[in-house]
Design a protein. Structure first.
Lengths: 427, 185
């Protein structure tokens, strides 16, 4: 066995051992009834999390805390906002890499931003904030560094600094203290103002899938509630940026969050079972489970849209996450909202083939892309760059100007625009 | 493989209670291994748990039809197939909906060869399956071919491509010195 094979065997063995906590939760079908969403059960009870969250999420969260004896629950629910430079977290070894959930946020932002430099290749123009990973560019710095227009901030003793999003209030970052694993550990969520002063918003022992609301007034992340993250129950936490308080704690796994002016729509469920549940979480007050069937949801101009991929209906939701209209065009997937929040990319079936295009939410019209299987990347409200999703080696690209309704496919083919009606039923 | 059943007793003479006992033995012996295999293929603890649980439930329903000596191979194949379906659905979701990633359970410790695991995760699906079955399950090429329902030749070529890709990355990390033994795959 050569060096590579030896190292492969070792790394696969070590990675596989991480699945042991999940293996411990397996139920023997021969001795127990069919499992009912056991990962969502609260405090080891067989009653599912639906019951726990349906009546009152806040009450359920407290109950979970009491049942599990979670020390960090009280810490999370108390205000932790502070002013001035943040204190770096404890030193620990770790890595940052392009597969981390946080990095993926870079491409889900509505506006193109430069996020962490995953390789030292392309130059970054200040003042766009960016971070420097010491492991990738060791000659430049020995500690994680955030570069802003006001200068550099270094984080000695921390593993990494992650850019979460840039809003009017400043740059949201996550500073991690402990390395290893697939999520963030020992995380300080901070807000960096224009003059590089920092405020710690919250601390979490473990978090992943962090999202910043479009207005920068709320954060959401996934965490695990329990004495340690190895055996805890999954939960979603929503944090009010102004007060630094955890305003909602929703039991269950977190798949997506969409934001309206004063409400968050949180989707949870099991991707393996293709199930989904929705909570309405107003900025203030209690969260509640709402009867919205949705596999995915997006923030758009004036509210949110949610796709029920079982019926193929795109639903329009108002600021209170109430469905006001539906567009049932047999859509199988939706996403990639234009920067102005007025267009959403779509996938649908036409016979045995898949079609890809964009829906103009206001006009109620859908336009198919010139080349199948394109991934849209918005360059402006009506300017979109398409890259073939499934190409292996040399993906084709095209660029569409939706103002003139023309698409140019590399190298020089021009596709005429084809809009067709996609009516909304409702307001 | 199929064993006809009659009135709850199969031709091997197993009563439902016997089946429960033998399945429980299999569950204890192999359940963890199936979750680990699923995790290596899908890279998410929750999904791995789902995949393994569903496979075990399906296997229990068909336990009377499965020979105990082939049960593990059957379960491995089911895990691979369900993982494929899950990855396919996940790819569609990633392509068209800006979903946030599923929360991952915290890892116990930093991984020494994290870069290598990252590379394995980025291998094409079939190459990754072959690598996991070869280097973690320690299966022979013929067994891998059976689990993946492909020819032995395809297993060999997939393993060769994966090995070449990973060896190149290792050589790059070692400063351009390829330390793969002569004649190795």
């Amino acid at each position: 066995m050569d060096e590579l094979e030896q190292r492969l065997t070792n790394v696969l063995t070590k990675v596989s051992e991480r699945a042991d906590p999940a293996a411990a939760r397996l139920r023997n079908p021969a001795t127990s009834p069919r499992r009912a969403a056991s990962r969502f059960s609260v405090g080891g009870q067989r009653t599912t999390w639906l019951v726990a969250v349906a009546s009152s999420v806040a009450v359920a969260a407290v109950a979970v805390g009491i049942a599990l004896g979670i020390p960090q629950m009280s810490r999370h629910t108390s205000p932790s906002a502070s002013t001035g430079p943040a204190v770096p977290t404890a030193p620990a070894r770790g890595t940052t890499d392009g597969t981390h959930p946080l990095w993926a946020l870079g491409v889900t932002e509505k506006y193109a931003q430069t996020f962490d430099q995953l390789d030292p290749g392309p130059a970054v123009t200040v003042p766009v904030p960016y971070t420097v990973d010491p492991q990738l560019v060791p000659e430049l710095t020995k500690v994680p560094t955030l570069v802003t227009k006001a200068g550099q901030i270094t984080f000695p003793g921390s593993t990494a600094v992650h850019l979460l999003g840039q809003r009017d209030a400043g740059v949201f970052i996550a500073v991690t203290g402990a390395g290893g694993g697939d999520g963030l550990h020992d995380v300080d969520f901070q807000l960096v103002a224009a003059n590089n002063t920092r405020r710690t918003l919250q601390h979490a022992a473990a978090a992943s899938s962090v999202a910043v609301s479009p207005g920068g007034t709320m954060l959401a992340w996934s965490t695990w509630l329990g004495k340690d993250s190895q055996h805890g129950e999954p939960a979603v936490e929503l944090v009010d940026v102004a007060s630094g308080r955890v305003t909602h704690r929703l039991a269950g796994r977190f798949t997506q969050v969409a934001w309206a002016s004063d409400t968050a729509l949180v989707l949870g469920g099991s991707s393996a079972e293709a199930t989904s549940l929705a909570w309405r979480a107003p900025w203030t007050g209690k969260g509640e489970q709402i009867p919205v069937r949705a596999g995915s949801a997006m923030t758009v101009a004036g509210g949110m849209v949610a796709l029920d991929d079982t019926t193929g209906c795109l639903q329009k939701l108002d600021a209170n996450a109430i469905v006001t209209a539906a567009n049932c065009g047999g859509w199988s997937a939706a996403g990639h909202v234009s920067p102005d929040g007025r267009k959403v990319s779509l996938e649908w079936a036409s016979g045995s083939t898949k079609q890809y295009g964009v829906l103009d939410l206001a006009r109620g019209q859908v336009r198919s892309w010139p080349v199948p299987g394109m991934n849209p990347s918005w360059l402006g409200p009506a300017d979109v760059l398409l890259t073939e999703a499934d190409a292996d080696d040399t993906p084709r690209t095209a660029r569409c100007d939706l103002t003139t309704d023309t698409c140019v496919r590399a190298p020089d083919e021009i596709s005429e625009g084809v809009w067709r009606g996609a009516a909304w039923i409702g307001s | 493989m199929r064993v006809e059943t009659r009135a709850g007793v199969n031709v091997a003479g197993d009563t439902p209670e016997d089946a429960r006992v033998t399945f429980t033995g299999f569950f204890h012996d192999s359940g963890r291994q199936l979750v680990r295999l699923a995790y290596l293929l899908v890279g998410d603890l929750g999904d791995a748990e789902d995949v393994a649980q569903e496979v075990l439930e399906e296997l229990y329903r068909r336990w009377a039809e499965v020979r105990p000596e082939t049960a593990l191979a059957y379960a491995r194949t089911a895990v691979v197939n369900r993982s494929r379906g899950l990855l396919r659905r996940r790819a569609v979701a990633r392509r068209f909906a800006p979903r946030l990633a599923q929360p991952e359970q915290a890892g116990p410790a930093p991984l020494e060869d994290r870069w290598l695991w990252d590379l394995v995760q980025r291998l094409p699906r079939r190459q990754r399956e072959v690598v996991v079955l070869r280097y973690w399950c320690d299966l022979a090429e013929a067994d891998i071919a059976q689990v993946l329902s492909i020819s032995t030749g395809t297993v060999k070529s997939s393993a060769h491509r994966a090995h070449a890709r990973l060896a190149a990355a290792l050589a790059e990390r070692n400063g351009g010195i390829i330390q793969v033994e002569k004649g190795a795959r």
